[in-house]
Design a protein around this ligand. Structure first.
Ligand code: ZN
Length: 91
């Protein structure tokens, strides 16, 4: 899995492994994640990327949430909301 994610994200395997280790809970319900998902946003600058830079975001999700219809959209909305909150804190 690390190899595949490294290829998709352009990160080194070490960076991918560290990112996965840092993911401790499902992005939607907070339970232990069963898998790692990936978001590649259409507007990377909304996610803190420099102009013209691609951005990939890894997240944890549990099997229950993954199986819920529409979960992919929920995840994206949640991540966008979290990013917005993050920015409010730092600006
Ligand atoms: Zn969940």
């Amino acid at each position: 899995m690390v190899d595949a994610l490294a290829q998709v994200t352009g990160l080194s395997k070490g960076e991918v492994a560290a990112t996965i280790r840092a993911i401790k809970s499902c992005v939607l319900c907070g339970k232990r994640p069963d898998m790692i998902g990936i978001v590649i946003p259409d507007n990377p600058e909304d996610f803190g990327a420099n102009p013209g830079e691609p951005r990939t975001i890894l997240y944890g999700i549990c099997a229950d949430c993954q199986a819920t219809p529409g979960s992919a959209q929920c995840v994206e909305d949640k991540i966008i909301a979290d990013m917005a909150n993050e920015r409010k804190k730092t600006v």
